[in-house]
Design a protein. Sequence first.
Length: 142
Amino acid sequence: MSTRREFLKSMSAALISAGTPFLFSDCAGALASFRTQVRDGVLTVPKSEIEPPENSTGILIVHASSMPGPIVVRRHADVGIVALLSICTHRGCEVRPMPHSLQCPCHGSEYDVEGNVIEGPAPKPLTRFPVQETADSIIIRV
């Protein structure tokens, strides 16, 4: 018997492999998604994918087949662009981006927008990747 999480993951994978554009939805609203490949340890994302009006939430879910999970990219007023692996450090569930945090639906861990643990049981912060901005791209070193 399949769990809800397994079902959602398989449906997302099917949509991605079929090339179907889609949005992730949660309490934060619809989240934009972008698919790319890791090339020489780098993910390159066009700035237009994260900046309004194209992306009303300012949050982008980046998928790359060689990564262990999606990367949550968001522009934050105080710290600039932050790129975090969306895998909870407690049990490996995929965290959900919220307006001011990231939450794990499995066991209740919560992280701030920089990936630091706000509430356990997560033992350590989310993996954070270095980000560089160019005139038209966001470069994420993975």
